[in-house]
Design a protein around this ligand. Structure first.
Ligand code: ADP
Ligand code: MG
Length: 238
């Protein structure tokens, strides 16, 4: 696990500034949720932490190391996306181990790590199946397995459950919370869903228009919203 720190981070696309100076420290081992309405900059912020988007100004630190200009593969992070795509012609084991195969890791090591990830995700009995023979939740777990095999210090999730139906989403929320306990990792989870944020987070970061409105534990924000926006967004009692 590692701490993630943002220092005065800004991002512009052309002349349009979409992240307007974000300072944040996510402590090592935290389950931190970025929440806010569509277009507020959640994905852009996450992608800058991952190194998939260039930082216009400011710094990104992971585990105390300045990674602002580091390649994504050198940051010790793994990202799980909203639109995860599994390779239909590969088995579950091959899908989970694909990144390691690309990186030319030894076969025995790949098998070992895939087995470990499958064990954590309760996919061990499905390793020889193809994606089309899996349920939606099982497919989502395979996508998470791909992140786990790389043994990252920080997991980044961008609305990973938004393509699932409501009951499966509720189940996966619990599974992810459990996973966080088992892996002892720092997790940053992006969602526009207040319920997801309130139920999953150790710490919530409420974003609005490219700025942080408020940061804190779910119940603290709910009971003591700093702005009318936070109160409205989290449905705090008046
Ligand atoms: P969220 O994930 O909270 O919905 P995003 O981070 O995707 O928001 O987007 C924040 C803002 O930046 C939006 O106004 C979006 O249109 C804009 N944006 C995102 N990516 C690009 C891009 N590649 N080029 C131009 N504008 C972008
Ligand atoms: Mg987004």
């Amino acid at each position: 696990m590692a701490e993630v720190q943002l220092r005065a981070v800004r991002k512009s696309f052309g002349a349009v500034e979409v992240i307007k100076g974000v300072d944040l420290r996510v402590p090592s081992g935290d389950f931190c949720v970025f929440v806010g309405p569509s277009g507020c900059g959640k994905s852009t912020l996450l992608r800058m932490i991952a190194g998939l988007e260039e930082v216009t100004d400011g710094q990104v630190l992971i585990g105390g190391r300045d990674v602002t200009d580091a390649e994504p593969s050198r940051r010790g992070i793994a990202m799980v996306f909203q639109n995860y795509a599994l390779y239909p012609h590969m088995t579950v084991a091959q899908n989970i181990g694909f990144g390691l195969s690309l990186a030319k890791r030894p076969k025995a090591e790949i098998e070992d790590r895939v087995r470990h990830a499958a064990d954590i995700l309760q996919l061990s009995h499905l390793l020889d199946r193809k994606p089309k023979a899996l349920s939606g939740g099982q497919r989502q777990r395979v996508a998470i397995g791909r992140a786990i095999v790389r043994d990252p210090k920080v997991f980044l999730f961008d609305e990973p459950l938004s393509n699932l139906d409501a009951s499966l989403r509720a189940e996966m929320r619990l599974e992810l919370a459990e996973l966080h306990g088992r892996l002892d990792a720092t997790m940053i989870y992006v969602t526009h869903d207040q319920v997801e944020a309130m139920t999953m987070a150790d710490r919530i970061v409420v974003l609005n228009g490219g700025r942080i409105e408020q940061t804190g534990a779910p119940m603290d924000l709910y009971r003591h919203p700093a702005t009318p926006f936070v109160a409205g967004f989290l449905g705090s009692p008046r």
